[in-house]
Design a protein around this ligand. Structure first.
Ligand code: SF4
Length: 324
């Protein structure tokens, strides 16, 4: 019976090399990657194509958002709860391993490469929290870590695993050349939770609202974001692409605002907003449009019932303090 590994692929070089090292041993490797509003499967798909393996994409958006509100091991430098995030991914992969009779899970983690999530104690915490301790193999650093069950059972040859440690990328780059892997992104670019601007918006959302939905998180990616005095968030398109996206994303729970007759941004606010907040939102949208400051602008409001509001166009500087 062929040994079967379910390998987490992020799209980065390390997880590609980890899978490649197992393929080298004649192990059958299936890739697995995860989708949330903060990172998607595109990079992993490219990696799987290069490796010539099948990739499974699992949407963990809801569970990831729940975890993100209060991660057991806290956040990294921004809003990235890497230890809990890895554990969640490995838990989901582990369930599939059980259901589909894989022998092990593998990741591209390298001991000591990341200050928070790849220390020895952090890897131990991930193992424990995931519920699959003993079945998580890190081929790039395996010789520096305790033997896993598949190694003890002889399903994986420990001698042919590696002992990479630390932040230097030299050995990975050499291995990539050895395996003729030419296309790979620079490390650490794919997760929005590590980006300062996005993290600030997310922090604001989680701090001001209970029961945050995936839809509300998705809206964080577009345009300017303003926190209005009554507590509602207003999103105002900055460029044409934002306006198109906001129109696309608007659902029954939203109001869409646009100034009639002049070029300007699309605004989006929750339909539950009090009338005072909607009036303020209309003023903001008018202020960021080409409507003349100090003159009247008619703002179209689309929601369950469409209507218009006529407002006096304020200077946009007035709203700077509301920007998140
Ligand atoms: S960087 Fe993002 S995707 Fe990667 S482990 Fe951390 S939170 Fe998860």
């Amino acid at each position: 019976m062929k040994v079967r590994a379910l390998s987490l692929l992020s799209g980065g070089l390390d997880s590609m090399l980890a899978a490649r090292v197992l393929l080298d041993q004649g192990i059958e490797v299936r890739g697995i990657t995860f989708a949330t509003p903060f990172f998607g499967p595109e990079g992993a798909q490219k990696a799987a194509d290069q490796l010539g393996i099948v990739l499974l994409v699992v949407d963990i958006g809801e569970a990831h958002l729940e975890m993100l509100k209060s991660p057991k091991y806290g956040y990294g430098s921004q809003m990235n709860p890497c230890i809990d995030c890895h554990a969640l991914m490995l838990n989901r992969a582990g369930r599939i391993m059980d259901e589909e009779n894989f022998d092990l899970l593998s990741t591209g983690e390298v001991l000591g490469q990341r200050p928070m999530s790849q220390r020895k104690d952090a890897l131990r915490a991930v193992d424990k929290l995931s519920g699959y301790k003993g079945y998580i193999l890190r081929p790039l650093s395996a010789k520096l870590l305790p033997e896993t069950i598949p190694e003890q059972e002889g399903k994986v040859d420990r001698q042919r695993l590696l002992d990479i440690r630390g932040r230097s990328r030299k050995r990975q780059v050499a291995l990539a050349a050895h395996y003729s892997i030419e296309e790979y992104p620079s490390p650490g670019g794919g997760c929005m939770l590590t980006k300062e601007g996005f993290a600030q918006r997310l922090r604001d959302l989680l701090a001001t609202q209970d029961n945050v939905s995936l839809h509300e998180v998705e809206l964080l990616k577009w345009g300017r974001q303003l926190r209005l005095p009554g507590g509602e968030r207003l999103v105002v398109g900055r460029v044409h692409g934002d306006n198109v996206k906001l129109q696309e994303l608007a659902g029954e729970e939203d109001l869409v605002l646009r100034v009639q007759g002049v070029p300007g941004p699309t605004g989006l606010i929750a339909a539950r907003a009090e009338e005072q907040e909607v009036i303020l939102a209309a003023k903001v949208v008018a202020a960021y449009s080409d409507a003349e400051t100090g003159k009247e602008a008619v703002v179209e409001i689309s929601g369950k019932e469409d209507r218009t509001l006529t407002v006096n166009t304020p200077p946009k500087e007035e709203f700077r303090k509301l920007l998140i």
